[in-house]
Design a protein around this ligand. Structure first.
Ligand code: TRP
Length: 369
């Protein structure tokens, strides 16, 4: 790892990430203006997450579009490690995946890696990760996915389908590969060492190219998958990466599902959301009102503003007004927080209602081996 002051791996994210540097470090490509225009032309729409650079990088996205233009469809795949309840940062790639699915009319697979979180979390039992897999699945399906073209994979449940593919992949990965990519040591458990093969398996469920919307921290797994693909006669998976969603306490590091006070869960009540945002959301404002009115706030480091930009305020004109008012000092931190709290609670009210109703429907989405 180069001597940057940030670290991005699937199990550990730390420091203030310089995304241009990360693109170089990982060897991915920035999403160019031309690529954005192509997507807009094909979908007839500009998605705010693309426009605002929330999705900022890719591998082989151009090839997916080339094929699509020639009439060759792809399929979508993404996933979640069920280490706890879903938090709002997780919804970013899922909401975007839903949009892609609708616009391109393609199948979607969602992998819940109960095994991975059992391997990687000291204190979690397989029963617990399996339970959260079910809970997380609810958050996913209520975003509007339909059982006709969306299948949910739970690793320990669907191992019969996954294992023959994972075995093909695993045979082409050796210990020095994974060690180099993930920094594994002799103390790393064997489950972790094998795990990349399982996360790779859904890429090859259909005999079509796959496009994976994902947090950029997951890229290292698929770097391995992409190396292996041609060796087992398969097409390399294409990726589209989103930035890490900051934790409430600031832009340093991503929101982590295991830290109560720095994370907003989809299951939080309106009171809890209000308290968390007011108490913990890192502010770009000045220490007192007088100074704030004079100097203005800094929206670029303000977490409440960032959540609006990343997820909760798709309207560019409204977002710009908030940006300008906050920066000029016209809007105070408390007022900005109040806007975010209102937005989150509006969203969660509907989400939580749908979530409870979805419990009975879950079976229809689960992949049958
Ligand atoms: N490892 C991912 C996590 O911890 C879960 C996952 C499985 C995933 N398959 C994926 C994420 C495909 C993105 C794309 O969250």
């Amino acid at each position: 790892m180069p001597t940057d002051d940030f670290i991005v791996t699937p199990w550990h994210v730390e420091g203030e990430i310089d995304y241009d540097k990360l693109i170089k470090q990982f060897g991915t490509e920035k999403i160019s203006k031309q690529l954005l225009q192509r997507i807009e032309k094909l979908t007839g729409e500009s998605h705010f997450m693309l426009r605002r650079g929330i999705f900022f990088s890719h591998r082989d996205l151009g090839r997916i579009l080339d094929d699509y233009e020639k009439g060759k469809k792809f399929f979508l795949y993404t996933g979640r490690g069920p280490s706890g309840h879903t938090h709002i940062g997780h919804l970013v790639p899922w909401v975007f995946a839903k949009w892609l699915q609708e616009k391109f009319d393609v199948n979607m697979y969602f992998q819940l890696t109960d095994d991975e979180k059992f391997y990687s979390k000291q204190n979690m039992t397989l029963e617990e990760t399996r339970l959260f897999a079910n809970e997380n699945a609810l958050d996913f399906i209520v975003l509007g996915f339909k059982p006709e073209n969306t299948k949910i994979i739970i690793d320990t449940k669907n191992i019969k389908t996954l294992y023959p593919i994972a075995a093909q992949v695993a045979k082409k990965i050796n210990f020095s590969n994974t060690k180099a990519v993930f920094g594994f040591t002799n103390e790393t458990n064997a489950g972790m060492i094998f795990y990349t093969a399982l996360q790779s398996a859904p890429c090859f469920l259909e005999d079509k190219p796959v496009l994976i919307p994902l947090g950029v921290d997951q890229d290292p797994h698929f770097r391995i998958t992409r190396d292996v693909a041609p060796k087992i006669g398969k097409i390399k998976p294409a990726l589209i990466h989103n930035i890490m969603i900051p934790s409430l306490e600031g832009p340093r590091g991503k929101m982590s599902a295991s830290e109560e006070t720095t994370t907003i869960y989809t299951t939080d009540s309106p009171e809890v959301v209000k308290k968390k945002v007011n108490k913990y959301a890192f502010s770009g404002g000045q220490p007192d009102i007088e100074e704030h009115r004079k100097k203005g706030g800094n929206p670029d480091i303000d977490v409440s503003y960032q959540y609006l930009r990343i997820f909760f305020e798709p309207d560019d004109a409204k977002l710009k007004k908030i940006y300008d008012d906050y920066k000029s000092g016209k809007m105070l931190s408390g007022e900005l927080k109040a806007i975010l709290i209102e937005k989150i609670n509006q969203f969660l009210k509907v989400h939580q209602e749908k979530r409870e109703k979805a419990r009975d429907k879950l079976d229809k989405y689960l992949l049958e081996d």
